[in-house]
Design a protein around this ligand. Sequence first.
Ligand SMILES: CC(C)(COP(=O)(O)OP(=O)(O)OC[C@H]1O[C@@H](n2cnc3c(N)ncnc32)[C@H](O)[C@@H]1OP(=O)(O)O)[C@@H](O)C(=O)NCCC(=O)NCCS
Length: 239
Amino acid sequence: MIKESFSLTTKKNTHYACEMVNLDSSHFEEAYAIDMRAFEELNGKYIKKSEAFIKACLRSECSVGIKTGNTLIATVTVNIEKINDEKRASILGFEEHWPVFIGFIEGAYVLPTFRKQGLISRLYCKAVQLLKEKGIQHIYSAIDPRNHANIIAMTKSDFALQNLYHSNLNGDLRYLIKHHSEQVFLTDKQHTVLIDDHDTQVAYFKKGYIGVHITVKNIVSGKTSDNKSATCMMLMKKR
Ligand SMILES: CC(C)(COP(=O)(O)OP(=O)(O)OC[C@H]1O[C@@H](n2cnc3c(N)ncnc32)[C@H](O)[C@@H]1OP(=O)(O)O)[C@@H](O)C(=O)NCCC(=O)NCCS
């Protein structure tokens, strides 16, 4: 059971005592409400989760959150999933032996007041550590291609974009993201691609490239985002 304390000063110069915690079934109401906030704020860029699904994530022992007092201000929900069929393995581009358990980061949310303070980076790092402690080597996530803030946050936490695919839940386009603790296997061969140029990206993904870094100007996350005015480049490196 984790309990890590730290302090945080927001942009308005308010100080908060924070604690990182494992999320379990006792956090269901709050964690579900936060997931619904993400769904509403992301306005079509986030797949709505059922109550049963959030409960499953809270049973994984790898979902984590940050509290101030008794209030959750940031969460990362993680599911542990067994890969035991060809179709799922193929969506994930899974080339190892299966059946095998994988970790999947299903949700991430930081309350607006507490953004850009490194909270999601802390939570991704802890979720990855907890999954690895359970012997889970393959850790994935999926993101709407328009959610540049979280794509940046994930690539900065050693996740790389591996593919573009259509969700089996609602058909929406998603980047498939995978955690890579070892970057050494990447060659120096690299290309930069516009973030909206999906056709070129897919062609590179097919050749074994992965997206490792995003450069974006002028974006904010959430409802007010104006991604059209942003210049976004993805740096792709050959595996
Ligand atoms: C995306 C989100 C989770 C980021 O959380 P956060 O706690 O603010 O992120 P962090 O402060 O840990 O930032 C991690 C890195 O991403 C960068 N980043 C975060 N938000 C960014 C933004 N809006 N624009 C550009 N870069 C951003 C940070 O600068 C940081 O990089 P650095 O280490 O070089 O400074 C948060 O904005 C959020 O909750 N958004 C709405 C919900 C959402 O999109 N969830 C994901 C659904 S899949």
